[in-house]
Design a protein. Structure first.
Length: 200
């Protein structure tokens, strides 16, 4: 049974799971149902654009820096140069059950120079579409053992992220030859992925 984490909690991934070598990091969310089609909905047509959330991974060194652009895995660069991190592709709407975007990580293949994998989600074109994470519900990150498809960890983001346009969802990091996961859940007002990576 998966362990449910709260914001700020950390857990060992490899210490209690001998042989864990490949994981799937699933990220999911649902658009808030636009049911309030009252006066303003009728007046302005109510046809809001789909919210296109994009999940990305920042592969950081021991100084929490990206180093080079090839260490950023996202819809425009689906696989790391070393082959240890692979994004399965972009979901444009968030509709439907299950994971909206999935990232495969081969833990044993992550280069020694990489100490941390930071998972972020941002809303594509959020400024012109006037969208923020207050319009998203049921957001989560989960980690699955690829060998047996068993869900190990889940972190449900239950905070109100109104006004936030990007989320640092969680991170997987090395500590004493083990891999751990931290539930972050921090919202930011970065308008694009390029704004997020400037901090790294």
């Amino acid at each position: 049974m998966a362990i449910n984490l709260q914001k700020g909690q950390k857990i060992d991934l490899t210490k209690g799971n001998a042989g864990l070598s490949e994981i799937m990091v699933g990220l999911g969310w649902d658009p808030v149902t636009q049911s309030n089609t009252g006066f303003f909905g009728k007046l302005f047509g109510g046809g809001a654009a789909d919210i296109d959330c994009d999940a990305s991974v920042l592969m950081l060194n021991d100084k929490d820096k990206l180093g080079n652009k090839s260490n950023l895995i996202y819809f425009g660069n689906l696989k790391s140069t070393c082959g240890s991190v692979r994004h399965t592709g972009d979901n444009l709407t968030g509709d439907g059950d299950g994971d909206d975007e999935e990232i495969i990580v081969k833990l044993k293949s992550v280069p020694p120079s990489i100490q941390k994998l930071v998972f972020v989600v941002n809303i594509y074109d959020c400024i012109s579409r006037k969208q923020n994470f207050g319009m998203i519900q049921n957001a989560y990150i989960r980690i699955v053992d690829q060998a047996n498809r068993k869900e190990l960890v889940r972190f449900n983001l239950t905070e109100d992220y109104s006004g936030k346009t990007a989320l640092v969802v969680g991170e997987i990091y090395r500590q004493e030859n083990e891999w751990k996961f931290a539930a972050i859940g921090q919202g930011t007002q970065d308008a694009s992925l390029s704004e997020i990576i400037r901090k790294y």
